[in-house]
Design a binder for this molecule. Structure first.
Ligand code: WTA
Length: 635
């Protein structure tokens, strides 16, 4: 389903100030892009040399079993070594790794030394629970430092983390536990959000009831309310961390570059979430290189990626990328407008944040409160801004640029996916920008907009966005389902060997790329990725719903909202109470972000003769557009 595009194909140019270009880590995009193109493997080997390896690779890239590519073949490493161990031995041990602020206003800071010791402790706790190399550990927490520690602790001992975003429901959590077969789960009693407690532990109890593969639950105390602790299964982290076993020294497991680092579930075309698998070696090289070049990270910077560590943006650019670079990052627990809409702007002033990376939906949400809130604060520390998650409409771009960046800070509009691990299409601070365009591919990445036969589309023509060259942090597979991996990404352009992104896009005369939106049955709501099938199967699992179809409808703040069309089962009278009940049901089955903003009952759904729901027709009706070609519509 292609979504509305607000992006024009031409736009005004914005050029960075000369000192930004002069001081940039990469002042000349063209030169580096050419270097990469001339010899891709030598280019990535050079970036990999910036990191520590226990054993050097024999081969940079192995494409002999494509699309099952391998990177840094034969090398031994551990991402936790590069993110922490090596810094704990240098002057960086004294540098802040993480500045954290809780929603109620409590604060903590972690130097590299302190974070390293805390992670070691956590790693020893996990070991004492029987977690070993290759074990999958599910993590379900709010944005607190222990979430970051838990991820790094897993990496350190070679366990594979699967972080499930704290906004997911018990069923979504249970499905992910089941798919990963996690015997250990890490959670917290609760999380603060908009002044309320999100009852994480309650959700975990229900999820573990539905997916009993979990043997042990480690619970971090955050909110302090009474929670159910099941004897022999649930343990408070602070109790375990006080045992002699939890020493602050822990040896780092030697990993093969291609050993799995994490699984992160994301929505796809079918109802079952896909476990995207990333590995230690290539991922560490790609995330650190992209972060250093695109956001120009310097030792004096204070970097704030305002995403959730439970999404790929947080994995790559809150946890791994910044720590590998030895940067100082900020993590904030709560809502941007709590207690007032100036919360973020106040934090930028308080901490002297120099780079802010966020999502269009957050920008639009904050823009609604007017300029007075940011204008109350000194935002002069900001040097660069960034955007991710969906196309940024030029109006939001300009507001961000003018009101937050004071027309001084270039905006890095980064296009990428859970599957790509890191930025793929993105400006560098030294290049000219056009509001609404993610500009050009990162050096070493070759992309194109093509038609169904693989012919390159002319400027201004919509087509499928494909990636033509392999890159170090490409997903290695879908966990437990290599066939789906091949079918989903590598079959549409099998002959050419291109990766299908699932997005549609167009190029302009300058070769700049404009992302239009998802081309498949994935909806972006507030930047979160949801599959129509996930929401639909949630709907039909309610006893009153016989059949359901959902569509994305453009929304000023959230990018898209969901409209649902349901055929009631006989015996159920559609009314407002039933609609509320179904919304509640979706909240529990899928999660709050999946709740449709409108549910309409209908007697029929438009279908093709082969029985496929024509969402395009529903969408045209909902948005008052012409219904287009109906020749395949069933009578
Ligand atoms: C969309 C998020 C336009 C796109 C990192 C992609 C974007 C999907 C941008 C992946 C952007 C992400 N401009 N669209 N700058 N960034 N997208 O896996 O549709 O949650 O396919 O990864 O988000 O979403 P995911």
């Amino acid at each position: 389903m292609s979504q509305e595009s607000f992006a024009p194909v031409t736009g005004d140019w914005y050029y960075p100030a000369p000192e930004i270009v002069r001081d940039a880590n990469i002042p000349d995009y063209e030169a580096v892009a050419q270097e990469a193109q001339a010899d891709l493997q030598a280019f990535w080997a050079k970036q990999a040399e910036q990191l520590d390896w226990f054993k050097r690779w024999d081969q940079v890239m192995d494409d002999s079993q494509a699309p099952f590519y391998k990177w840094f073949v034969g090398a031994q490493t551990n991402i936790a070594h590069n993110a922490l161990d090596r810094h704990a031995r240098t002057w960086r041990r004294n540098k802040l790794a993480l500045i954290w602020e809780g929603e109620p206003g409590d604060k903590q800071t972690f130097s590299y030394w302190r974070l390293w010791r805390e992670v070691n402790k956590f790693a020893n706790v996990l070991k004492s629970m029987g977690v070993n190399k290759g074990y999958r550990v599910t993590i379900y927490m709010g944005r607190i430092p222990e979430l970051v520690m838990a991820m790094l602790a897993c990496a350190k001992i070679g366990a594979v983390h699967s972080v499930v975003y704290g906004g997911f429901s018990e069923q979504a959590l249970a499905d992910r536990i089941e798919d990963a077969q996690s015997r250990v789960l890490i959670t917290a009693d609760g999380a603060w959000l908009r002044g309320n407690i999100v009852p994480l532990k309650e959700t975990v109890d229900e999820a573990v009831h539905r997916s009993p593969v979990v043997e042990s639950v480690i619970v971090v105390k955050r909110t302090g309310q009474e929670v159910n602790m099941e004897q022999g299964r649930d343990y408070w982290y602070h109790d375990l961390a006080n045992l002699p076993i939890a020493s602050p020294i822990c040896e780092t497991e030697v990993m093969d570059a291609e050993d799995p680092l994490f699984i992160l579930y994301t929505s796809g075309t079918t109802g079952k979430p896909k476990g995207i698998l990333h590995t230690h070696g290539g991922y560490q090289v790609y995330t650190s290189t992209t972060l250093s070049w695109v956001f120009d990270i310097k030792d004096h910077d204070r970097w704030w990626c305002a995403a959730d560590p439970g999404w790929i943006t947080g994995h790559s650019y809150i946890v791994y990328g910044p720590l590998i670079l030895g940067a100082t990052g900020l993590l904030y627990e709560g809502a941007p407008n709590y207690p007032y809409p100036n919360r973020w702007w106040k934090m930028i002033e308080d901490y002297g944040v120099t780079i802010l990376y966020t999502a269009p939906t957050a920008i639009r949400g904050l823009m609604r409160f007017g300029d007075a809130w940011p204008n109350r604060h000194d935002l002069s520390s900001l040097r660069l801004l960034g955007s991710v998650g969906e196309p940024i409409n030029p109006e939001a771009w300009r507001w961000f640029h003018r009101v937050i960046g004071k027309e001084r800070c270039p905006i890095m509009d980064t296009w990428w996916q859970t599957e790509t691990g890191g930025f793929m299409i993105t400006p560098l601070p030294s290049v000219g920008l056009k509001p609404g365009s993610a500009t050009r591919p990162f050096p070493g990445v070759e992309v194109d907009v093509v038609d169904e036969h693989g012919e390159s589309c002319a400027p201004g023509i919509d087509g499928n966005l494909v990636i033509k060259t392999p890159w170090p942090s490409m997903l290695r597979t879908i966990y437990g389902d290599p066939d789906r991996f091949v079918n989903q990404y590598w079959t549409a352009y099998k002959e050419q060997g291109w990766y299908l992104t699932g997005d549609s896009a167009r190029k302009d005369e300058d070769g700049y790329l404009w992302i239009i939106g998802r081309n498949d049955d994935v909806i972006k709501v507030s930047g979160y990725r949801l599959g129509t099938a996930e929401v639909e199967s949630g709907l039909v699992s309610h006893p009153a719903v016989a059949e359901a179809a959902v569509i994305a409808v453009p929304d000023e703040v959230r990018g898209n909202v969901i409209y649902a069309y349901c055929i009631p089962r006989t015996g159920f009278a559609p009314n407002d109470q039933l609609i509320d009940e179904i919304k509640q049901h979706i909240r529990h089955e899928v999660g709050p972000i999946a709740v449709p903003s409108k549910i309409e009952f209908t007697e029929t759904l438009p279908k093709t003769r082969s029985g496929k729901i024509m969402r395009r027709v529903l969408k045209a009706r909902a948005t008052g557009q012409p219904e287009g070609d109906l020749s395949t519509l069933e009578e």
